[in-house]
Design a protein around this ligand. Structure first.
Ligand code: ASP
Length: 445
């Protein structure tokens, strides 16, 4: 059994947290490939190392001395961790190199990634595990796009290593320029390492014990669930739930590796699991999440298309693509094509695209509706449960919530309900209660 273990920023915020991580790793010899984030917040108003580094970069562009001064505060935080750990170890050579690059004018990604780099150095000294720099194995192209195949090939060179620490969040181009993933990207590194090292389990250590079934800002004390499937996770995170980013899971998902989300501060908890759809347990809930987002708008185009439906749809979508506007959903009927977009995404481009569509497609009507919200009820087991959709809709109807749009794919992983924004919070609460109720009935058989 081999595991890749990723620790988030709060798990490495200070020496005490570093010690917890080391104890977790040492408690299980299968925890071999360790991916640390940069130290995060120690208390509510604290600043994450990554944010400090972003600030240092901005400052040093204007004033090198002040930039170096800013970086010395980053050094202080690491030195404090090393001192409190009682390690006979110094990061001075690394600091010196980073400072010299600052003097020469370095890239933003390079400086911002140093939090993970230094964190990895400390952890490797603490565990006595070899340090492996992701710059040599996680490959990006010159536009900063992750290169999956090249990375997989690079990992083949280290697949036999017994153990290592590899910092999260960054990699490099083939010419050695450091590139970072998006914020929170150490989750991606953990997943890449899990896939590349062909482990059995990817443990993601954070500061919560499980996934919440709904957003605690909208639902009081939402239930924490112990298992979701990859496809549910994708739906939930896409629709706004604060779980993993989609791209953070794909390498593990592709390799069929389950993810175990664990709490560094409560290592005795089993945490929650993300498993492939075909490996879910008997405990898997009927409905695993209720989530949603506001701020959508719809544009409907009507045209008498006759037998010509295909090019009509294709042309509309092509125009959105060319304007670089992400189309979220396309609920359509014969002769009417509706496009749902995120209002923030289209802002500033709306006039242009409508003008183009009028000119090139000439629909006989265009209807734009704003202030729409989408709510998603997610659960792969809903598939085949007769009447569940109508029950859900009845709950909304009873409370006077007007359903504007419905999207249910043939696989029935989720039901997406379009409503007016003003009904959003209420709908989430109603559907969450509905989900609890149905899950309970499902349990009782
Ligand atoms: N340290 C980076 C961030 O704060 C990456 C990560 O923690 O995953 O976004």
């Amino acid at each position: 059994m081999k595991k890749a273990v990723k620790f988030g920023g709060s798990s490495l915020a200070d020496a005490k947290q570093f010690r917890k991580c080391a104890a977790i790793i040492q408690a299980d010899p299968s925890r071999r490939y360790v991916v640390p984030s940069a130290p995060g917040k120690r208390f509510r108003d604290d600043v994450k190392i990554t944010d400090m580094l972003i600030e240092c970069y901005e400052i040093q562009r204007k004033d090198l001395d002040q930039g170096l001064e800013c970086f010395s505060r980053v050094e202080d935080r690491f030195d404090e961790i090393i001192r409190d750990l009682g390690l006979d170890y110094s990061l001075e050579p690394e600091y010196r190199l980073i400072r010299s690059y600052m003097e020469e004018g370095l890239s933003r990604d390079y400086l911002v990634s140093r939090g993970e780099f230094l964190s990895g150095k400390v952890l490797s000294a603490l565990l006595d595990f070899p340090f492996v720099d992701p710059a040599d194995y996680i490959v990006f192209n010159s536009n900063g796009v992750f290169e999956e195949q090249k990375t997989a090939a690079a990992f083949r060179k280290i697949v036999d290593m017994d153990c290592f620490v590899m910092p999260g969040f960054y990699g490099a181009t083939e010419t050695g320029r450091i590139k970072t993933f998006t914020r929170g990207g150490s989750d991606i590194t953990g997943s890449v390492v899990a896939g590349g090292m062909r482990v059995d389990i990817y443990e993601n250590w954070t500061d919560v014990s499980g996934f919440l079934m709904a957003d605690p800002r909208m639902v009081e004390d939402p239930l924490s669930i112990t298992e979701i499937s990859y496809s549910e996770l994708r739906e939930l995170s896409y629709m706004g739930a604060q779980v993993f980013h989609e791209e953070a899971i794909f390498p593990a998902r592709e390799a069929g590796i389950p993810i175990n989300i664990r709490n560094t501060n409560r290592p005795e908890d089993e945490g929650s699991w993300v498993r492939t759809d075909d490996k879910i347990s008997d405990e898997h809930l009927l409905i695993t999440g209720v989530t949603g987002k506001k701020g959508f708008m719809s544009m409907s185009f009507e045209k008498d298309v006759g037998g010509d439906r295909l090019p009509f749809g294709r042309k509309v979508l092509q125009m959105f693509e060319e304007a670089k506007i992400m189309v979220e959903h396309v609920p359509s009927s014969i002769g009417t094509m509706t496009v749902i977009v995120d209002a923030r995404e289209i802002s500033g481009k709306e006039e242009n695209i409508l003008r183009r569509i009028r000119r090139e497609i000439d629909p006989y009507s265009i209807t734009v509706e704003r202030n729409l919200a989408l709510v998603a009820v997610v659960g792969i087991r809903m598939h085949g449960v007769v009447g569940i959709t109508s029950d859900m809709l009845r709950v909304l109807a009873r409370e006077g919530i007007n359903v504007r749009m419905l999207i249910q794919g043939i696989k029935e992983i989720s039901l997406i309900i379009g409503i007016n924004e003003e009904d959003f919070e209420k709908a989430i609460r109603l559907l969450y209660r509905f989900a609890l109720d149905r899950n309970q009935k499902d349990r009782q058989g």
